[in-house]
Design a protein around this ligand. Structure first.
Ligand code: ARG
Length: 577
């Protein structure tokens, strides 16, 4: 396992357990890259506090108990109890060689593969995708890519909002307007339609009543009503697929598991919960009251399984989805990339599902919550007229702006390449701006910053790998000495090698903790380490053939690591730009 972190961490863990006893078997050594040494382990302070001991002394004992001589040249306790570790040079260079020879870049697959069901994107039918769906789509897809790379079995579920009372209103409106299938309807029309239908619904009691009856017809399976509904769904799906294609997202039509998919299961879910004594009739509705959830007045909070009118809603559908995903799909890890505002809803669903035995016993669910995208006024990002920003418009603008940047930076590129590069930079910039932020926080949408070639941006990373690849191209043309064994002479080479070996840890941490920004941060630091190396250590004009061969290996490994990392985030890595 060439990533030193992955080797050192369990050994330190064993040392901690040897000192503090088997209860501390799972203690995190808090191992990090460090500027003072190569790595730093910071666990002694917190552990000492827990057991009421002197932290420096505890650190000394952990050092004495650790078996790391084959890897580490020195291990020293500093300050209040930090453990500083410096790797052996021979170890560092041979591990770098091994990583360069490994198609997986030394990233191990997980020891216990899971079936992960990822619920993401999940836009609503008859509404154009807007910026609100960007985060779920981009974060969910990055997680899917990482899980797959790490050897999990991954199932994508696109939980489209295609069912509910609003469809009565929409369909009734379609009928009023004499909408026919033969016409060529566009999703843009659907958006407008949604708004007009809403207006009529709010202002016309007669229409409201008809819309209500239309819901009953839809739920009852009325032929004509279902046909119109399907038309809405199909047109919407065509639109979603177009957006996914533009975004470079791995979702396909096969991943639709819309709300309506669960309709047939809802009666049975209600029955099962009622029979288990987990749901009861309250004020005419069938409700579950998961333990620990109370409202402001202290009364237990209901999760409505079946409404008073006998219908089912969003909450029931999500209960059915948990049961389906564990029982039928075999999911052991259910992951929901959903807006933070739905946190209470999801935790209540998970709590009821746990009480019903659908979760627990090796099956768990996690809400990958995320904050909002803000405009430069720090309010939710909207158009100047106060509307939601359409995703397609946003992508168009990104590519247009990127094209202007490319034309300025590299006027020699031919037109086709320029268009391709503009697409990679523009779309990449939007996705990376989202993924590089800690997802639970809101972030400000800022064109200039995300398209900048400086700083933690997609173009900066893309450009770093373009630089590395251009060196390799030149070597291929010159036919001089190619990549060879790594010898580390300069500080910049050493720093770069250390970063290259941490790729596995970065991917594992990002996936396990469901935090794509950890991988983004890693890639940014790698690009910086490469820049430092590139500017200080001539590759093609190296002093000796041996040095040139070593530097070429470092360059090639950097290019591959950056490209693979970007791919795991769903971001294109162009060959030139
Ligand atoms: N369609 C919902 C929305 O736009 C998101 C669905 C999230 N997934 C779920 N299983 N509830 O807000």
């Amino acid at each position: 396992m060439p990533d030193p972190l992955l080797t050192i961490r369990p050994r330190l863990q064993r040392a901690i357990a040897a000192v503090l006893g088997p209860e501390s078997e799972d203690a995190d050594p808090v191992l990090r890259r460090s500027d003072r040494a190569d790595y730093q382990a910071n666990a002694a302070m917190a552990l000492a506090k827990q057991v009421g001991r002197n932290p420096r002394q505890l650190a000394e004992e952990i050092v004495a108990a650790a078996d790391l001589t084959d890897i580490v040249a020195s291990m020293e306790v500093a300050g209040p109890g930090f453990i500083n570790l410096t790797l052996r040079d021979d170890y560092l260079s041979s591990e770098t060689d091994a990583t360069a020879a490994d198609p997986r870049l030394s990233v191990p697959v997980v020891t216990r593969p899971e079936t992960v069901v990822v619920d993401y994107s999940s836009p609503n039918v008859a509404r154009e995708m807007h910026v609100g769906h960007l985060r779920s789509t981009v974060i969910g897809d990055a997680l899917v890519r990482m899980f797959t790379f790490l050897g999990h079995r991954v199932v994508r579920h696109n939980h489209l909002g295609d069912w509910g009372t609003q469809f009565g209103m929409l369909i009734e409106y379609l009928v009023d307007e004499g909408w026919e299938r033969s016409e060529d309807h566009k999703i843009g029309d659907l958006n407008a339609l949604y708004q007009s239908a809403n207006l009529r619904f709010a202002g016309d009691d007669h229409f409201t009543e008809r819309a209500r009856r239309r819901v009953v017809a839809l739920q009852g399976g009325d032929q004509r009503t279902l046909e119109l509904w399907r038309e809405l769904v199909e047109e919407s799906e065509r639109h979603f697929e177009q957006v996914y294609e533009r975004l470079g997202v791995t979702l396909t039509a096969a991943d639709y598991k819309p709300e309506s998919f669960y309709n047939d299961m809802l009666d049975n879910v209600a029955e099962e919960l009622e029979r288990a004594g987990l749901a009861r009739i309250d004020d005419g509705a069938l409700c579950a009251f998961p333990a620990g959830f109370v409202g402001r007045d202290g009364a237990p909070l209901p999760l409505i399984v079946r409404k008073r009118d006998g219908g089912y809603g969003y909450q029931a559908t999500d209960l059915a989805a948990v049961r389906y995903r564990t029982r039928e799909v075999g999911g052991t890890w259910l992951v929901y990339a959903v807006d933070a505002r739905q946190s209470q809803h999801l935790t209540m669903v998970f709590a009821v599902a746990a009480e019903a035995g659908w979760l627990g016993d090796g099956r768990r669910a996690e809400h990958v919550a995320f904050g909002m995208i803000l405009g430069d006024d720090n309010k939710p990002f909207k158009t100047r007229t106060g509307d939601n920003v359409k995703l397609i418009d946003l992508l168009d603008e990104a590519v247009e702006r990127a094209a202007a940047v490319v034309a300025e930076k590299n006027p020699e590129l031919d037109e086709a390449t320029r268009a391709e590069v503009a697409d990679a930079i523009g779309v990449g910039a939007i996705k990376y701006a989202d993924l590089s932020n800690d997802r639970v926080k809101d972030y400000v949408f800022d064109w200039d910053r995300m398209l900048s070639f400086e700083g933690n941006t997609a173009p900066y990373l893309q450009y770093a790998q373009v630089r590395a690849r251009s060196i390799l191209r030149r070597v291929a043309e010159e036919r001089g000495t190619g990549p060879g064994p790594v010898v580390l002479t300069t500080a910049e080479e050493r720093t770069l090698a250390l970063h290259l070996l941490s790729f596995g840890d970065a991917v594992h941490q990002a996936a396990e903790q469901l935090q794509p920004h950890r991988l983004a941060t890693y890639l940014f630091e790698l690009a910086q380490a490469f820049t430092g190396f590139f500017e200080s250590s001539p590759v093609l004009r190296a002093d000796t053939d041996e040095q040139r061969a070593s530097r070429l290996t470092l360059t090639q490994l950097t290019a591959r690591t950056l490209a693979t990392g970007l791919e795991l985030l769903g971001i294109a890595a162009p060959e030139r730009m």
